[in-house]
Design a protein around this ligand. Structure first.
Ligand SMILES: Cc1ncc(COP(=O)(O)O)c(C=O)c1O
Length: 436
């Protein structure tokens, strides 16, 4: 069944007993992320997914134009990934990773370190973007202690940055609006705009207390798809290198082709000291993340004393199924040239939006690779927590597309499999939001 217009869709939801029963049970037992249950209407009950399409319990089909929180790289249910998952589950599902190893983890580490910029030669596995960031922060801090600089404790981070929801990741993220309740528990961070001069001044001012710089290179996702140039990434590398500080690149969102290159850092010709990857690492099929580190950092932890080890790990570190799926996804990324495909998809969306958005209804149409965004000119939509956000999401669903505007920012970040007809629908829905 195709997506329906607004009234028909509401009638269908109301009359579908299976969807209604599931939603009622959800309401009674589930606590959803980033959701104000007191305000937000019933969740959309999803029954299955294939390619760019989500099939709802009530039979409607909608296009996943945001790749399910930026994870689904090739599209849902990609057969090569399903096959890798099943094969691995039948061979070795999981084994604790302290004191053991397995082929998928070793092969994935080899592949990633070969593809990553610079001499990132060590892979430390965890299971989501936030933990990949925690690992990077902790490695950097402990490395400074190991080199006799325990005073190097303050990271410089960007205004608007988002690095995840665990405590370290929250600390380096911009507190507004997500982390305000926790601010008093977060460690000190110096926050600057994405400007080389401001970054340099902050590092200068921190002097011996500076630990390093953490950034989402090229695109700051949750901030509202803020985009900065490769020059700034290069400037951050130069400023940190000159002072012997670490550059932490959080490519949890930008990795695996989203920006038109395999990693965003490549476009700046920059090699970070620590690179955080998640989301698209497994093509979005299983939770999995990795923090890549230089050999120099790894060597700093070598010692005859056990206490000098990097004491961090999770139950599912280097999950064998996740690693196998990630390997299959990497094959597809290379075979299909996913960075180029996403860049082309993004270019087509941008071109259509340029032609169809009406002057005065939008601001700052922008694109990096497969990520296309604009801001609504409507003042009622400003701010991440603007009441209109919920209405905008509803409107997009009514047009058969899953969009999740970030405050006044409407954006698309579809999977690489998006077909022409689907692309048209995504553009139509984005244009409708600008007209609402
Ligand atoms: C740049 C960036 N870093 C870290 C994270 C956190 O990832 P996760 O939600 O998997 O913990 C996100 C999530 O959106 C992100 O965009």
């Amino acid at each position: 069944m195709d997506s329906l217009n607004s009234n028909a869709a509401k009638d269908l939801v109301a009359s579908d007993p299976i969807a209604q029963d599931l939603i009622a049970r959800d309401r009674a037992s589930v606590w959803h992320p980033f959701t104000q249950a007191g305000l937000e209407r019933d969740p959309i009950a999803v029954a299955s997914a294939r390619g760019a399409t989500l099939v709802l319990e009530d039979g409607r089909e909608i296009i996943d134009a945001v790749s399910s929180w930026w994870t689904s790289l090739h599209g849902h249910g990609e057969p090569a990934l399903v096959e890798a998952m099943v094969r691995q589950a039948q061979t070795l599902d999981h084994v604790m990773f302290a004191g053991t190893t397995h082929r998928p983890a070793v092969e994935l580490a080899e592949r990633l370190t070969a593809l990553a910029p610079g001499d990132l030669s060590r892979a430390f596995y965890s299971d989501n973007g936030s933990t990949a960031v925690e690992v990077a922060l902790k490695i950097a801090l402990q490395a400074h202690q190991r080199t006799g600089h325990p005073e190097r404790t303050v990271f410089v981070a960007l205004e608007g940055s988002y690095h995840g929801d665990t405590f370290g990741a929250m600390a380096v993220g911009d507190p507004d609006p997500f982390f305000a309740p926790f601010q008093q528990f977060l460690f000190e961070v110096r926050r600057v705009p994405a400007d080389a001069g401001a970054l340099e001044a902050a590092l200068e001012d921190l002097g011996p207390r500076a630990a390093g710089v953490i950034m989402e290179p090229l695109v700051q996702g949750a901030a509202g798809m803020w985009m900065h140039g490769a020059d700034f990434v290069r400037a951050a590398r130069e400023s940190t290198s000159r002072r012997g500080l670490y550059l932490l690149a959080d490519e949890v969102m930008t990795g695996f082709g989203r920006t038109g290159s395999l990693f965003a850092c490549e476009q700046a010709g920059v090699a970070p000291d620590l690179l955080c990857l998640a989301k698209g690492l497994t093509g979005g099929m299983t939770p999995m993340s990795v923090t890549l580190a230089t050999e120099e950092l790894f060597d700093l932890f070598l010692s005859n004393e056990r206490a000098h080890a990097f004491f961090h790990g999770h139950s599912f570190t280097a999950h064998a199924i996740g690693c196998a799926v990630a390997l299959a996804s990497l094959d597809l990324v290379i075979e299909r040239n996913v960075p180029r495909v996403l860049d082309e998809v993004g270019a087509r969306i941008e071109e259509r939006l340029l032609a169809e958005l009406r002057t005065g209804r939008y601001l700052k149409l922008r694109r990096t690779g497969g990520i296309v965004a604009f801001d609504l000119a409507d003042p009622k939509s400003q701010g991440y927590l603007a009441d209109r956000t919920l209405e905008l999401r509803r409107l997009a669903i009514d047009h058969g597309v899953l969009l999740r505007p970030l405050g006044s920012t409407v954006y698309a970040m579809p999977p690489a499999c998006l077909a022409d007809a689907e692309l048209s629908k995504v553009v139509d829905a984005m244009v409708q939001l600008s007209e609402s």
